[in-house]
Design a protein around this ligand. Structure first.
Ligand code: AKB
Length: 314
């Protein structure tokens, strides 16, 4: 553990910016190389500007720091991805192939690759969607993740590369803002409540989606990466669940603290994306294989979000 050198791509993103801090806490500041296409404001630690579509640059950084693990978070998400489908496919796949190829060539010991509940489409059951249910994604992001997790498995089977993956639900945290996702409303809504402003939701009041709190997300990621190799039975990507709620339910949870908080509904194209996704997820396999258990439900999350955001805004 002392000699790990961990490269994180997309380290300036919603998840990346929190994950690098958790990795620095666990392995030490010198062990973590945060990389992103754009500079990360006020970042403390080792940072490299990196466009992961450029294989030579990735290889250079891996060699320069003698990287032993890669967390490849850089990607275009569901809603933004629909604006330019071919470019989204190109970026999401090219970056993954570069990471997989460089990892094999440079004998990287472990790779983390995030997948998403977006891999499911309208042919999977909406409730308690199982690990092995049919994948017919409706967005280019979902298609790239479904392909990507199969490529991850291919590199494991063919080259023995230890790639591990989670199908993240919508991630909610106070530390950072999401960008380009369909589940982003569930972060924005808390910011609006704290600022005592009204919120216009782009999903319908009853659009139930699977979500997870940031603390649980980070813990799940580190637990999966720490699990003994023999216990990992899923080499595509593990289903992961935190909680499920609708915009109406998260509003009610916030109104316990902000009774005057008002939400109106004006569904746009993201409602169509949400309608093709599961409402809740069966993550039995993750529980069995490496002991996954979420800690936060909706009300516990609301309490924690509001507490931390209040500190940020005051
Ligand atoms: C998105 O909304 O695109 C992401 C996801 C569920 O993968 N948050």
């Amino acid at each position: 553990m002392q000699n790990e050198k961990i490269l994180v791509t997309g380290a300036g993103g919603q998840l990346g910016s929190v994950l690098v801090e958790a990795l620095k806490n666990k392995f030490g500041e010198e062990a973590v190389i945060a990389s992103d296409l754009n500079p990360i404001k006020n970042y403390k630690g080792i940072y490299e500007q990196l466009d992961v579509t450029n294989k030579n640059c990735l290889e250079y950084i891996v060699k320069k720091y003698k990287v032993t693990q890669i967390y490849h978070l850089a990607a275009i998400l569901s809603a933004k991805g629909e604006q330019n489908p071919l470019q989204t496919w190109d970026i999401n796949m090219k970056t993954l192939f570069n990471v997989l190829e460089v990892s094999v060539a440079e004998k990287i010991s472990k790779v983390f690759y995030p997948s998403s509940i977006a891999v499911y489409g309208d042919m999977a059951p909406k409730m308690y969607t199982a690990q092995s249910d049919f994948l017919n994604p409706s967005t280019v992001y979902g298609i790239s993740k479904a392909a990507g997790e199969n490529w991850a498995q291919y590199y494991f089977l063919r080259y023995g590369l230890d790639v591990r993956s989670l199908r993240y639900p919508g991630v909610i945290g106070y530390q950072s803002l999401p960008g380009g996702g369909t589940t982003d409303y569930a972060v924005e809504i808390y910011h609006k409540a704290i600022k005592e402003e009204d919120f216009e939701c782009y999903l319908k009041a009853d659009a139930m989606l699977p979500m997870i709190y940031m603390d649980d997300t980070i813990r799940a990621t580190l637990e999966l990466m720490d699990a003994p190799k023999e216990s990992i039975s899923v080499r595509t990507s593990y289903n992961l669940h935190g909680m499920s709620f609708t915009p109406e339910q998260i509003t009610a949870s916030i109104q316990k603290y902000y009774p005057n908080f008002k939400v109106t509904y004006n569904p746009d194209f993201r409602q169509n994306i949400a309608e093709n996704w599961p409402s809740s997820i069966n993550d039995e396999q993750a529980r069995q294989d490496w002991g996954w258990e979420p800690k936060y439900d909706l009300d516990a999350m609301t309490q924690d979000m509001l507490k931390h955001l209040k500190e940020q805004y005051i």
